[in-house]
Ligand binder design. Structure first.
Ligand SMILES: Cc1cc2nc3c(=O)[nH]c(=O)nc-3n(C[C@H](O)[C@H](O)[C@H](O)COP(=O)(O)OP(=O)(O)OC[C@H]3O[C@@H](n4cnc5c(N)ncnc54)[C@H](O)[C@@H]3O)c2cc1C
Ligand code: SF4
Length: 434
């Protein structure tokens, strides 16, 4: 089902042709363009904009997709005000070039056109396994195929695309855009085997033995438990399961009128806004620290406010109250307003709710990293700047190497790390290091 329609209009409507023309012609083609430096994938932004202005949408889309195999999804989901648009020379006047929307214009044209922009390189006879078909795995696979290697992606889900397909709300990123990007990679001859859970259906040891190199790109796992009483009641949803159900089915069974979302990041915002759009009357986000410590992007927070999501700060969930096995209330405890998140004894209070949606981060796949024999820190794989793990022939990219505070877990970062991993794999294989 096309849940993008069920869950309402996109956050940003596509530009009109006149808007596109005016906007593209505003770009100054800056020498030393700061927007390029601010793009993690270094898209030549003035060049793609120039091509739009000249009416060459194929050339524009090629410039984008060459640098960023996730160029269509990034056009929609990148926090552009913190990246390219934030660096644009017009930004101090609050009128940066609308780079994201121009990028969407060019990539939408490409999707509608249906052409394949790239072709596989001359075969090297080398075989590479990629574990996980999200943005990092697909980007690595795209470049490895162009370099001539035979690539197989093992993806445990039914569709490739990772969080682009299942995790980001459809009014920001429709499923069909994520699936189109994966399809571009498959059309280069990459064998995308879906429904294969590496570690369960296919042991890590077998991949290590059967392939010349392996790229680990399996992202992160479920939302961790809150570890409070009552968490198993009906009406409690892991935020990622909740968004996935909303996105794929357009409806969430048992969604009531009053929803409490726990967390202050982008996942919490997505769960809250999706709840609203699915018809919940009152949706409140509860965060353990103050507003200044929220990790969600400012534009996401502003969007949630326009969707009438409410915020409560300096509170922690303490107990979920259930009647006949179903959530009916949430006990909260206030935390130290100084921002330490330390609970204040005796400050507990109860509110009536129909659903509780924890969105407090994602767990890590430590055991699977052990099975690959790579060094990790609490499930975060350790890599050097070239995405090499400690084990020769094994590389990693994307959220599985994401360390909180080091950078943001973003699609564009996953794409860039996937490209870097591909370059390193290629160097390793061509040196005959195996
Ligand atoms: C709710 C939410 C909203 C977000 N919104 C944004 C946004 O607006 N903008 C932005 O830039 N970023 C956003 N992000 C972050 C972004 O989605 C991630 O940084 C990006 O998807 C990471 O790509 P990845 O390929 O490393 O991991 P993933 O996208 O998680 O892909 C990993 C893939 O590996 C597969 N896999 C896992 N284990 C196995 C296994 N054992 N065997 C085989 N396959 C396996 C998974 O099924 C999945 O397909 C959001 C994240 C979330 C959770
Ligand atoms: S900084 Fe702005 S004006 Fe300059 S090249 Fe980039 S998008 Fe164009």
């Amino acid at each position: 089902m096309d849940s993008s329609r069920v869950l309402g209009p996109p956050m940003a409507e596509p530009m009109t042709p006149l808007d596109v023309k005016v906007e593209a012609n505003r770009c100054l083609n800056c020498y030393d363009a700061p927007c390029i430096a601010a793009c993690p994938t270094s898209i030549d932004i003035p060049r793609f904009i120039r091509r739009i202005a000249a009416g060459d949408l194929a050339g524009s889309a090629r410039t984008i997709m060459e640098a960023n195999p996730m160029g269509a999804s990034c056009a929609r989901v990148c926090p552009t005000d913190e990246l390219c648009e934030g660096a644009c020379v017009y930004a101090p006047d609050n009128s940066p070039i609308r780079i994201g929307q121009l990028q969407q214009h060019a990539t939408d044209w490409l999707i509608a056109d249906g052409r394949l922009l790239f072709k596989p390189g001359p075969a090297t006879g080398m075989r590479v396994a990629v574990v996980g078909g999200g943005p990092a795995g697909l980007s690595a696979a795209r470049d490895l195929a162009v370099m001539g290697h035979a690539v197989t992606i093992f993806e445990r889900d039914d569709l490739a695309g990772g969080l682009n397909t299942y995790g980001i709300v459809p009014f920001r990123l429709p499923v069909d855009v994520a699936v189109w990007e994966a399809e571009q990679v498959r059309r280069l001859g990459v064998d995308i085997q879906t429904g294969v859970n590496v570690g369960t259906d296919l042991p890590a040891e077998k991949l290590l033995a059967d392939y010349d190199a392996v790229v680990i790109a399996f992202g992160m796992g479920k939302v961790p438990k809150l570890a409070i009483p009552g968490e198993d009641a009906d009406g409690v949803w892991d935020a990622l399961d909740f968004i996935r159900t909303a996105k794929m089915d357009g409806v969430v069974p048992g969604l009531g009128d009053t929803v409490a979302v726990i967390g202050g990041g982008n996942t919490a915002i997505d769960a809250a806004t999706a709840s609203k759009r699915l018809g919940a009357n009152s949706v409140t986000m509860f965060y353990r620290r103050g507003p200044d410590r929220m990790t969600a992007y400012d534009f996401e927070i502003e969007f949630a406010k326009t969707e009438a999501v409410e915020f409560r700060f300096n509170v922690l969930p303490h107990r979920i109250i259930a009647t006949d096995g179903r959530v009916t209330g949430l006990e909260l405890i206030r935390t130290d307003p100084a921002g330490t998140a330390r609970p204040i004894p005796g400050s507990e209070y109860v509110i009536p709710v129909d659903n509780v949606i924890p969105a407090i981060g994602q767990s890590k796949f430590a055991a699977l990293l052990d099975a690959f024999g790579v060094v990790h820190e609490h499930g975060v794989v350790v890599v050097d700047a070239d995405m090499r793990t400690n084990k020769p022939g094994v590389f990693a990219a994307g959220d599985c190497m994401f360390r909180a505070g080091a950078s943001d877990a973003m699609v564009v970062e996953a794409a860039e790390r996937g490209k870097t991993a591909a370059r390193s794999v290629d160097g390793f294989l061509r040196k005959g290091a195996r």
